[in-house]
Each structure stands twice: as structure tokens, then as C-alpha cells.
Design a protein around this ligand. Structure first.
Ligand code: NAD
Length: 384
């Protein structure tokens, strides 16, 4: 079997989820390549060395450019903050490497466009880590929608609620807090949280054509960890929008880091003519499903435990009734990426799919400023 040598950039939260996936995928899936954890790059030598030893990387670098120059690396995996994605992805594509990139693809759609051009002109397999598509219950909603079981779709609604930035004493910038620094993150909850909701929605329900949004920065100034000065906060703390889909359905989306009591509440609901589906990240192995065509006397919301072998991905794991969790979504995406790459193909969500999400987040942020409906670039005109 051919080996596939991985070069990872970044050893933070996502560096760990990806490394776990690289190790688990060959144990649970029949893969066309044997993944090899060849090297990890990050700037702090002591920490990158420890990370490499813990996770079994053969070597480390303190500059990602070295990783790209190495002839023994086949795929570059970008798990570093948003301001690094563009430069690393373009350099990797130019060097002929496959590229896996964390979300959001770019800080703006303009950045993402250059990344799409780079991977497509180099012809290298690529994917963006919008991992929630590969929660088995979410994948099953996609199957049900594609089979027409829901019928014509009328409504889509999604939210992503957190509460970790409510304190005004919390600084911005630097390790762990780069998400509050607009120069690094690009935006606040729109690019960080809504981007997940939007990617899943585009996949399940097709293109979004226009949006009208409301954004707010509740804490206007915070100390910056790198400059030491109190500086204006440039990110959106909360973002909500209404939109129309190309298929004529209407939708509502909301994300915030100010919903006290919520840590990572991603929920989505889709209402069709015949049936509705609901999913909640805090109960991620369950799909709630209502089918109006059931016999009236027993009609009601079904709470389906997605653990059977005929449900998405589950034949690779344990026995019926035993569930899996968050980390498995990355394992699924990596296993699927290797299948696609073996055929010379990219894996959805591709860089082009990541760009589609960036077009929507750009329109949301623009509408938050203009207080007007905004068209989504690259989307077809609204039919309804
Ligand atoms: N798919 C998801 O569900 C999900 C969840 C969290 C984060 N993310 C995305 O993953 C990316 C990383 O987020 P995180 O939570 O892992 O962040 P993190 O702060 O935990 O880790 C970031 C890592 O990048 C490294 N880094 C920073 N600048 C670098 C540079 N110039 N060269 C090399 N390494 C550098 C840091 O040292 C750190 O190891 C972001 O784009 C974020 O939006 C995605």
C-alpha cells in the first residue's frame, strides 16, 4: 500500500483533533493509503517537539515553509489561525502538495478566491474541515433530503451559541484569544460559528441567494495581549440573519458568544412538506424526525439513535446501541479525503465549497453594516 506523508501546521485544538484522526482512520477504515505522521510545524520549538513526541510525528519544524520545501511531505494540513490559511495553502498548492485546510477558508471571500485558484490550477486534491457534515445524524439528514423524504423545503433554522467572552476583563489577541482579534480571525462569530451553520445549510438545502443581518459588538474595547494596550474590538460578538435559499425556502441563523449557559449549542432544523428533521450537537448521535405520512394515531417526533450499521459511518465503529462522538467527525472526513485523493479528486467540502460559505459570511457582515438586504456573490438569482 502507498504511504501518504502528512505535514501538519499548528498543534492547538485542531492539531490534536486532526492528529487523532490520522491515527484512528487506518484502524477503523480500509484506506487506499497508509497515513504517516511525517512532520508537524509550529513556532515554539519546545512545545512542537513535545507535541511531535506525544502524537508520534517522525519530525518537527519551527517554520511551516520548511514543511512545504520538504520532498517527503505529500499533504499539508493547515490547523493554524485564520490569518495563516491563505499563505500556507497557496504555497502548498504551488509545491504540488494536497491541502487540507481548517475553516473558515479565508478571512474574506477575496482571500478564499485566491486559494481556490491556487489549488485548482495546481490540480491538487483539497478539502476544508467543516467536520459537522460527517456527524452520522447530519449525514443521514442529507440522505433523507436527497431521497426526497422531506418533500419541498419551506424552512431552515440554525444556531450556534456560546458564552465564553461575556467578561469584559477577557483580553483579545495571542494564544487562545486570537479569535477576538479581527486582524487574525477576520470576523467574530460570523466566520467562526455561523460559518459551520452555513456550510451545513448549503450542503443540505442548496445555495443562499440573499441575506439581511444584525451584528453587534457588545464589548467595544479590550486589552490586547500582544501590544499590551486597550484597543477597539473589531469582531462581531453576535450575528443573526434571515435569508432566502435558491429553492425558495426561508431561513433564520443565529450565533453568539454571549448566551449565558451555552457552551457549543449547534442546532439545526429543516421543515419540509412531508417531514421535518432536527439535530443538536449536544446530543449528536440522535436524529429527531417527524413524518406526517405516518399513521395518524402513532404520528409524532421520532428520536432515532444513530448507531446501526446501515446508518452513515456506523458500520466502522462499535455494535448497535453504542454511540460515537465529536472526534469521529474528523476521522470520517480524513478517511473520505483519502478515498477521494486516491482517485485524484478533492473531497467536499472542497476549497470551492469553502469559498461559497465565505461569500455568505461576507454578505452577512456587509448587511450588518448597511442594514440592508445583500445579495450573496456567486449565488444564482432568487427563483421564488
Ligand atoms: N472544524 C472545527 O470545528 C474547528 C474548531 C476549532 C477551530 N477551528 C479552526 O482551526 C484553526 C485553528 O484553531 P484552533 O482552535 O486549533 O486554534 P489554537 O489557538 O488552539 O491553535 C492554533 C495553533 O496554530 C499555531 N500557529 C499560530 N500561528 C502559526 C504560524 N504562523 N505557523 C505555525 N503555527 C502557527 C499555534 O501555535 C497553535 O498551535 C482556525 O482556523 C479555527 O477557525 C475549526
Amino acid at each position: 500500500m502507498n504511504t501518504l506523508n502528512i505535514g501538519l501546521v499548528g498543534y492547538g485544538f485542531m492539531g490534536r483533533t486532526h492528529s487523532n484522526a490520522f491515527l484512528q482512520a487506518p484502524r477503523f477504515f480500509d484506506l487506499p493509503f497508509k497515513p504517516v505522521l511525517k512532520a508537524v510545524a509550529a513556532r515554539n520549538e519546545d512545545r512542537v517537539k513535545t507535541f511531535a513526541a506525544n502524537w508520534g510525528y517522525e519530525s518537527y519544524e519551527t517554520d511551516w515553509r520548511k514543511l512545504i520545501d520538504r520532498k517527503d511531505i505529500d499533504v499539508i494540513d493547515i490547523a493554524s489561525p485564520n490569518d495563516t490559511h491563505r499563505e500556507i495553502a497557496i504555497a502548498a498548492a504551488r509545491a504540488g502538495k494536497m491541502v487540507m485546510c481548517e475553516k473558515p477558508l479565508g478571512r474574506t471571500a477575496a482571500e478564499a478566491e485566491t486559494m481556490v485558484a491556487a489549488v485548482e490550477s495546481a490540480g491538487v486534491p483539497n478539502t476544508v474541515w467543516y467536520n459537522y457534515r460527517r456527524v452520522p445524524a447530519v449525514t443521514m439528514i442529507k440522505q433523507l433530503v436527497d431521497e426526497g423524504k422531506l418533500g419541498r423545503i419551506f424552512h431552515y433554522r440554525a444556531k450556534f451559541l456560546q458564552d465564553w467572552t461575556i467578561s469584559k476583563e477577557l483580553p483579545q489577541g495571542g494564544e487562545g484569544l486570537w479569535r477576538l482579534d479581527v486582524a487574525v480571525a477576520g470576523s467574530g462569530v460570523t466566520g467562526d460559528l455561523l460559518a459551520h451553520n452555513i456550510d451545513t445549510a448549503l450542503w443540505l438545502n442548496g445555495p443562499i441567494t440573499e441575506v439581511t443581518a444584525m451584528t453587534e459588538t457588545f464589548i467595544k474595547e479590550r486589552k490586547h495581549n500582544i501590544t499590551g494596550k486597550v484597543q477597539a474590538v473589531g469582531i462581531d460578538d453576535a450575528s443573526a440573519f434571515l435569508c432566502r435559499f435558491e429553492n425558495g425556502s426561508l431561513a433564520m441563523f443565529e450565533a453568539t458568544r454571549y448566551a449565558r449557559g451555552h457552551k457549543a449549542l449547534y442546532t439545526l432544523e429543516i421543515n419540509g412538506e412531508h417531514a421535518s428533521a432536527f439535530w443538536d450537537l449536544h446530543d449528536l448521535h440522535r436524529l429527531q424526525y417527524f413524518d406526517h405520512r405516518d399513521e395518524g394515531r402513532v404520528r409524532g417526533w421520532r428520536n432515532i439513535h444513530i448507531t446501526d450499521a446501515d446508518q452513515p459511518y456506523m458500520k466502522h465503529w462499535w455494535v448497535p446501541g453504542l454511540q460515537i462522538g465529536y472526534e469521529h467527525t474528523f476521522t470520517h472526513q480524513f478517511a473520505d479525503f483519502l478515498e477521494a485523493a486516491a482517485k485524484g479528486k478533492s473531497l467536499p467540502p472542497t476549497f470551492r465549497d469553502g469559498l461559497a460559505t465565505d461569500y455568505v459570511t461576507d454578505a452577512v457582515l456587509k448587511s450588518g453594516r448597511t442594514r440592508q438586504w445583500e445579495k450573496v456573490a456567486g449565488a444564482p438569482a432568487t427563483v421564488a
